[in-house]
Write a protein that binds this ligand. Structure first.
Ligand SMILES: [Ca+2]
Ligand SMILES: [Ca+2]
Ligand SMILES: [Ca+2]
Ligand SMILES: [Ca+2]
Length: 224
């Protein structure tokens, strides 16, 4: 039994989701509904649209491909509700725990959020956006599973790379060199680990694992 709940929206729409008392998905804000059964279909062919899960504290599987399903992955009895994409959603903001995120064939903007996220951009020119170093720490790092150099980007322009100075500083990219105890250095290991030292102690505080070739030209918002 699933409830069909089509929503047609012109323009750029952000769909925000939260969990209600029954731990089922509910759409927040003006789309709020607490009577959703176990399945919510999103139909939205217009504009650049975003699924925003940043209020969700449980791990999610998020799939914005056509027919893709999104649901909380760590509920004890399995997903009690899910979202189904019936048309193009362009962008994703993940939840606060470790999520598995699948983009679609369009160019997507994907923010994994807190937690160690496994992210696939799929086809199209995708941009993986980081807003602070807490989004991908050494202990809980993201993995970008299908990076395409020259097509996809990792955008670090909003990250404060130096915790020893006021305001926001961009990372200084040092290639394959070792850290020199200078806060704000970003290095790339031979195995595709992007490592950032934000406090200058010579140890990484920020880490993104990238599967596939990645070069400095693929990184936005850093000093080369
Ligand atoms: Ca894509
Ligand atoms: Ca996350
Ligand atoms: Ca993350
Ligand atoms: Ca700073």
């Amino acid at each position: 039994m699933s409830l069909k709940f089509p929503i047609f929206n012109l323009g750029d729409t952000t769909y925000g989701f939260s969990l209600n008392d029954d731990e089922t998905f509910a759409i927040g804000g003006e789309y709020s509904s607490h009577s959703i059964g176990n399945c919510l279909f999103i139909t939205d062919d217009q504009g650049k649209d975003t699924f925003n899960f940043n209020l969700i504290r449980q791990g999610l599987t998020i799939d914005i491909s056509l027919g893709g399903e999104s649901f909380v992955t760590d509920l004890e009895d399995g997903p009690k509700a899910k979202l189904v994409c019936e048309s193009a959603i362009e962008n994703v903001i993940g939840g606060r725990a470790g999520d598995t995120i699948y983009g679609n064939d369009f160019g997507n903007v994907i923010i994994g959020g807190l937690g160690g996220d496994d992210i696939w951009g799929n086809e199209g020119a995708d941009t993986f956006v980081y807003r602070n170093v807490r989004q991908s720490t050494v202990a809980n790092h993201d993995t970008i599973e299908d990076f395409q150099t020259g097509l996809d980007f990792i955008n670090l322009s909003r990250v404060d790379a130096d915790s020893t100075k006021h305001g926001r500083q961009h990372f200084d990219f040092i290639g394959h060199k070792n850290f020199s105890h200078d806060a704000g250095e970003l290095r790339l290991t031979a195995s595709g680990h992007l490592l950032g030292d934000t406090d200058g102690d010579g140890h990484a505080d920020f880490r993104i694992d990238v599967v596939g070739d990645v070069h400095k030209a693929d990184l936005l918002g850093i000093h080369l």
